[in-house]
Design a protein around this ligand. Structure first.
Ligand code: IMP
Ligand code: MG
Length: 376
């Protein structure tokens, strides 16, 4: 037995033929001893119980009468709560008789309640319920279930008469709906000119969503502080308000990504050039990953300059002074802004108003991330 697909859903093997036949044997014996000398009238509930009824009929050794009643309650995999009679039963067929309902499955009990109500009106001498499968966790009614083949957890199953939108009834074994995989985390780039608030927002998103935060700025500063070979090289470029060459940056990024086994990257300050964007696609692609979105924080230039000058007063960052700020903004427009177009062509560009309170801006970003349709 292996996985099967019915309509849009995947089902995995769950209860095999032997287990089903043991359940039928058990319930049949119980019914035979209950019957004693009575001739029972079995009312099978269509469509689902047809297989159960026919297999039971083959092993049930006493006299019995078979009737059929057809109801419909389910659409897809969710109980609609509404039950309709599609094929009724004649009153004289059950009036004054010992009736046993044969159900394939009892879930919420909505269907059963309706059956019980309707059949009771036809005045049977006794009315009992037998079901092959029963989901105790889902059952919400008080009608006693007298005979149970097998209890199962609250899973959606198909096969052996049971269907998913009419398919799967002819399967000789039971399959269950495969656990819907948890949606993976998004891999995103937080984008914008210097001073747009990328770092602030990325850190909030990282904490809230548990993303892995990869900030090239921090990476560089770490290397510079520790005077690594890369750090010394990068220092010169940063001091001049210039971009660190791609091969240095890409090497560092590769190192930071490592060999991840989970998604959820947030890149801050990278990619800064179209060449870097292409390199990132390549690095991610090699690991079977993909960038899901580029979130671009849009802030007018005069606000950027103001923010950066203010930051320069407290950050101690050598690049937060008027001269380099101008240079960095120019760099952004010539080399970095085209990155937006690169992602726009892939349908991944989201432009966000980056002016406002930190919380407001966060909410704008968060809403977009939450609603991203992630490719598997
Ligand atoms: P209830 O009214 O919620 O108890 O559902 C009873 C009816 O819903 C059954 O007779 C089935 O037709 C259908 N049903 C309930 N659970 C399942 C399931 O797991 N697979 C397929 N059909 C089900
Ligand atoms: Mg059904």
């Amino acid at each position: 037995m292996k996985e099967i697909k019915l309509h849009d859903k995947i089902f995995t093997p769950y209860i095999n033929k032997r287990q089903i036949s043991l359940a039928i044997k058990k319930i049949t014996q119980e019914l035979e001893s209950y019957a004693d000398n009575k001739t029972l009238v079995f009312v099978s509930i269509l469509k689902g119980a047809f297989m159960f009824a026919s297999d039971l009929a083959k092993v049930y050794k006493k006299n019995a009468v078979f009737e059929f009643y057809r109801l419909k309650s389910y659409e897809g995999t969710q109980s609609t709560g509404e039950v309709k009679i599609l094929v009724d039963i004649n009153q004289q067929d059950i009036e004054g008789k010992d009736v046993v309902v044969l159900e394939d499955i009892v879930d919420t009990g909505n269907t059963l309640e309706k059956i019980f109500e309707e059949l009771s009106k036809k005045k049977p001498k006794s009315l009992k319920i037998a079901t092959l499968f029963y989901k105790p966790e889902a059952y919400k009614k008080n009608i006693p279930i007298d005979f149970i083949g097998m209890e199962i957890p609250n899973e959606f199953i198909v096969g052996y008469g049971l269907d998913y939108n009419e398919l799967g009834r002819n399967l000789p074994e039971i399959y269950k709906l495969k656990d819907v995989k948890k949606q993976r985390m998004a891999d995103i780039v937080l984008f914008g000119p210097p001073g747009a608030g990328k770092g602030t927002q990325a850190k909030i998103l990282k904490d809230k969503l548990g993303l892995k935060y990869i900030a090239t700025g921090d990476m560089f500063r770490h290397h510079i502080k520790n005077k690594t070979e890369l750090g010394v090289k990068a220092q010169q470029y940063i001091d001049n308000g210039e971009l660190v060459p791609d091969e240095i940056t890409i090497g560092m990024i590769k190192e930071s990504i490592g060999d991840p086994d989970s998604h959820g990257f947030i890149f801050d300050g990278f990619p800064r050039t179209v060449a870097q964007a292409e390199a990132l696609d390549k690095i991610m692609g090699e690991k079977g990953y993909i960038i899901d979105a580029l979130l671009s924080l849009e802030v007018p230039e005069e606000i950027l300059v103001e923010r950066l000058l203010n930051r320069g007063k407290t950050s101690g960052r050598s690049d937060d002074n008027e001269e380099t700020i101008k240079k960095r903004l120019k760099q952004y427009h010539t080399k970095t802004a085209p990155v937006k177009e690169y992602y726009e062509k892939q349908g991944k560009l989201y432009q966000i108003n980056g002016v406002g309170e930190i919380d407001e801006i966060h909410k704008r970003l968060y809403d977009i991330i939450k609603n991203l349709k992630l490719r598997e």
